[in-house]
Design a protein around this ligand. Structure first.
Ligand code: ATP
Ligand code: MG
Length: 267
């Protein structure tokens, strides 16, 4: 891909106020329009910070983030559901649509369709506390998808889900973002998830995080997951990413070490 990137991080650094150690250092990254980029790295290295910078929730300390288009609409599926506890599920999904001025009838319809995508159409009338953690996370996903954004930021959206639901939603997500040509940045701690979904996988180092490597994922844009996993290139790529992450684990107080180790045990 040689087109002008939609998003360009140029030498981005981030140090939070009243702290000494930078979180991000000299991040240079180009994201092509319509592509799905997965960010993977040790816990606490600054992945959420990277998305927060892009979402404008916090400011860069150095460098810049350039957007090629001013008309981007974005949705952010946060790490953790962050639902409004006093609103029912359907009303939670409608909330983001209210914020952008969508009328009541269309709001209802779009929220209902988004809940159907995450298989929660039967639960629209419940309050968040009446749902399991995984179900709440799916509501948060529906809230993001209902916006039909041109830029979708997702921070470990499938982390709290059981394996079956995760697999189903990963396939669903991929179809949606392809169909709508949504540019997507997905933070994940799951190497397989990154390889199944992404066009590019960005591997970060521990804090202060730099980009260690960017992998182009060679499985094409329309993917059958079973075929992708069976592709001869899959295991070597997984191995390479894992070996890049391994030295980083010692430097983080992370759960990712255990997760990678157990993924390795089972593979
Ligand atoms: N508002 C803040 N003020 C000060 N330090 C912060 C703030 N937000 C995050 N940090 C610190 O910045 C570092 C990166 O945090 P961040 O949440 O971006 O990491 P992460 O890679 O998303 O971690 P995880 O994998 O656990 O979600 C951490 O050391 C964290 O404690
Ligand atoms: Mg995070």
């Amino acid at each position: 891909m040689t087109a002008e990137p939609l998003i360009r991080f140029r030498g981005v650094g981030k140090t939070y106020p009243k702290t000494d150690l930078p979180v991000l250092e000299d991040i240079n990254l180009e994201v092509q329009e319509g592509s799905l980029v997965a960010i993977i790295g040790p816990s606490g290295c600054g992945k959420s910070t990277l998305l927060n910078l892009l979402a404008g929730l916090t400011e860069v300390t150095s460098g810049s983030i350039e957007l090629a288009r001013a008309d981007l609409t974005s949705a952010y599926v946060f790490q953790g559901p962050r639902l409004l506890p006093w609103r029912k599920v359907q009303a939670n999904v409608e909330f983001s649509l209210e914020q952008i001025g969508i009328g009541a009838a269309e709001r209802r319809e779009r929220a209902r369709a988004a809940l159907e995508l995450v298989h929660l159409e039967e639960h629209g009338d419940k309050y968040p506390h009446q749902l399991s953690g995984g179900m709440q996370q799916r509501v948060a996903l529906a809230r993001g998808l209902a916006l039909e954004p041109t830029l979708l930021l997702m921070d470990e959206p499938f982390g709290a889900l059981d394996a079956l639901t995760r697999g189903y939603l990963q396939e669903e997500l991929l179809q949606i973002v392809r169909r709508n040509a949504t540019t997507t940045m997905l933070v994940t701690h799951d190497i397989d998830e990154a390889l199944l979904l992404a066009d590019q996988v960005v591997v970060m180092s521990s804090r202060p995080a730099r980009i260690r490597a960017v992998f182009d994922v060679p499985f094409g844009r329309e993917r059958d997951f079973d075929q992708t996993i069976a592709d001869p290139a899959f295991v070597p790529l997984r191995h390479e990413i894992r070996s890049l992450l391994r030295p980083e684990l010692a430097a983080s107080d992370s759960t990712i070490g255990a997760q990678i180790a157990s993924a390795e045990d089972s593979s």
